[in-house]
Write a new protein. Structure first.
Lengths: 223, 223
DNA sequence: AAGTAACGGTTAAATAATTAACACATAATG
DNA sequence: CATTATGTGTTAATTATTTAACCGTTACTT
């Protein structure tokens, strides 16, 4: 099956757009839209239609020439590609404020990532319930990961502990780490890490804000 | 001052690396490192030295040929560029789980974004204190933004309300919105929005996990 | 004091991503 | 039944980003 291997050689930029396509399509589906053209879908996402078709082209045809996409076919196709055709059991490591926020974030479930384990070392937190899931002691980590067949972990521990915990997760069979600690994790090949750096986000926003303020100043002095 | 205008015409990819440079440099500064070459710094960030020099080149010389960068000069230079030479007062709109998590996220202060206002409409939350800041009623939004000269807002309200609140923020003088709601905000020119889509993050991770699993399967069948 | 190794700035080349263009297919229309 | 409008898949052109190459400087070594 050459397709599979090929379908993994896709630019990151395209991968990041897949969830956006899916989200919009689900929205259309919810209001009863059956067909949608590349132009309509692209326009609603503020991108070019050719880019959307180009993105889809990595995965083979979703329609045939002359006919728009059928929402009912496209949604499961994208879910398959993204890997959420079946629910993906997920763990949250670190039940501090951020961990709690994510554990209570209903969308995680809806989007295909049911939380099947929440872990912490703090005795004050252990036993607390969030959306029906108790906060468990880290001692249970390996057992629960195995029992629940968890493959993805969301890491919300202090950055000092991130690497140690990550090692343990990898050892326990986790192959996808969504890392919220501002640390670069070292992981072996065959493990995917995605760093979510809030600081990067707000700083690049700050850069643009500074540029806006500067251009406003210039406009004034130019008058 | 042509430099200012030019310094805003910088690729997004470069902008996103600036915080990483700054973070690493601060780390070096903390352990007493005075000089660092482009190669050393790049290597520690797992990028090419030429890319780092190319990035810096957008903003003019930070050193002179033959001499490595001086950490003590580079740090404030980057802070200036990013726009955090002075602390940037920030507001959090929505004191739910995520808003609370961010309000309690000490790094925000440290990185130059002191929280000067937390807002919600829920009477049960109003009055609660987080890091010395009370949760305020939305009625006070405009007043506090003005008094505290807040320019950046972190939006953590339900997506149904995101656009309405965003409009109000813009009206009140906010020019940078860090949006955690899974909605595309429409804002006038002169306002910067950065969308932080957790679902996008975890889904692109899921895509890579699926690819890893597939390639493992193939390896087995190939043997 | 000359030679050498290391360095940043700068420009050019290579690579990747986006956008446009086009060929062909479909269904609706007169 | 031809014609037209709309549409995708696919390839080509354009644009953006990354990487490499080179030049002039600096400080160190012998």
């Amino acid at each position: 099956m050459v397709k599979n291997r090929k379908s993994c050689e896709v630019p990151d930029a395209t991968i990041h757009r897949l969830p956006l396509y899916l989200e919009k399509l689900k929205l259309l589906q919810a209001i009863g839209v059956e067909d949608v053209s590349s132009r309509q879908l692209a326009e609603s996402l503020d991108i070019k239609a050719s880019q959307l078709r180009h993105d889809f082209h990595y995965f083979g045809g979703f329609s045939r020439p002359g006919r728009p996409y059928q929402v009912a076919k496209l949604v499961p196709a994208l879910e398959q590609i993204i890997g959420i055709a079946e629910p993906v059991p997920t763990a949250i490591i670190g039940a501090g404020h951020l961990g709690q926020a994510l554990a209570n974030y209903q969308n995680l479930d809806v989007q295909g990532f049911p939380v099947r384990g929440i872990f912490d070392t703090n005795p004050k937190l252990i036993g607390l319930e969030m959306r029906g899931q108790p906060v468990r002691d880290m001692d249970e980590l390996e057992k629960v990961i195995k029992e629940e067949k968890i493959r993805i972990a969301i890491l919300t521990v202090p950055s000092t502990q991130a690497q140690v915990v990550a090692n343990r997760l990898v050892e326990a069979g986790i192959i996808g780490i969504f890392n919220f600690a501002p640390t670069d994790l070292k992981v072996p090949e065959g493990v995917a890490v995605r760093n979510e750096r809030l600081a990067v986000g707000i700083m690049s926003l700050s850069f643009k804000v500074k540029c806006i303020l500067q251009s406003q100043d210039e406009d004034i002095t130019e008058v």
